[in-house]
Design a protein around this ligand. Structure first.
Ligand code: MN
Length: 302
């Protein structure tokens, strides 16, 4: 099942380029609460799944709207946290000249309010700093997970999605450099595990203005999705709707005003965002030229 959020907080099932609005049905079936409808759907998915599957079988693909005619929203608007993996591919460790990888670094957090929908625009805050794309494969937690084993971890996954961990380079803490508003594009929707298959063999490709910059497969992760989720759950309880993103491969490079950045993740779809430098100001913190050293920018980039 592919589950999207669109227009004015509508929930839809996506198939063959069409989206079927199931918002009214979910609102009637799911217990009310302070969380978004998307998060309540994740928390109670087992209860409503048969109803949704019946709608797909009976009404799709002919019913519904064309995906091109709706405005996609970030598929999970209110995770309690976004957990991210630093240095989880060896080729990225090499290009950054990092002495350590995930097994020494653990994880970091990104602000949930940094989320951005496919079709949105990344806003670069500063005129005098380097900002990079990072292509990542992410999972959405489905069941509360605390101290789970790698063998149990995938039973706690609701689904998978594409995510860009947009990053300011420099010496500030990761949580600062990666938490600017709009710095976590995610989507275009969430794909359930039965449709994705193994999270350990998923290809991803990122382009900037049509030029390929990153290409990888999750089989090359240092810590697999399951191992990373299990580890995170020994530090902090993972709640339904939480986002766990698995890290970026080699090829990180600067983005700048006017760019179009696309991330295609196998069996998930295409996440597309624009970039603007409008309103950028000089950076008030002094981390430029410090911290991990990124690879040189490709010709024509700065
Ligand atoms: Mn990252």
């Amino acid at each position: 099942m592919r589950i999207a959020r669109f227009d004015d907080d509508r929930i839809g099932l996506v198939r063959d380029g069409r989206v079927l609005d199931v918002t009214d049905q979910l609102t009637a079936l799911l217990p009310p609460g302070p969380s978004s409808l998307a998060r309540r759907l994740v928390a109670d998915f087992a209860a409503v799944r048969p109803v949704l599957q019946k709608r797909i079988d009976e009404d799709m693909p002919t019913a519904g709207l064309s995906v091109d005619d709706v405005r996609l929203c970030t598929p999970m608007p209110d995770p309690s946290k976004i957990v991210a993996a630093p240095v989880n591919y060896r080729d990225h460790q090499a290009e950054m000249s990092e002495a350590f990888h995930i097994s020494a670094l653990g994880f970091f957090l990104k602000s949930p309010s940094s989320l951005l929908a496919s079709g949105g625009t990344v806003r670069l805050p500063y005129s005098d700093r380097r900002f990079d794309h990072e292509a990542e494969f992410a999972l959405i937690v489905g069941r509360r997970a605390s101290h789970v084993t790698p063998e149990q971890a995938l039973d706690h996954v609701f689904g998978y999605t594409a995510l860009m961990d947009i990053t300011m380079r420099g010496g500030e803490d990761r949580s600062t450099r990666k938490s600017f508003d709009t710095f976590t594009p995610m989507g275009p929707w969430i794909v359930t595990p039965n449709e994705l298959g193994s999270p350990d063999d998923v290809g991803l490709e990122l382009t900037v203005n049509g030029v390929l910059r990153q290409k990888a497969n999750t089989r090359d992760l240092i810590w697999s999705a399951a191992r990373f989720l299990a580890y995170v759950s020994t530090v902090t309880v993972l709640e339904p709707g939480d986002v766990v993103t698995t890290g970026t491969p080699a090829g990180v490079a600067p983005i700048q005003d006017g760019d179009t950045v696309e991330l295609i993740v196998d069996r998930v779809g295409r996440l597309t965002v624009g970039v603007t430098g409008e309103g950028a100001v000089p950076c008030p913190t002094g981390g430029a030229g410090q911290g991990p050293v990124p690879p040189p920018a490709p010709v024509g980039r700065h």
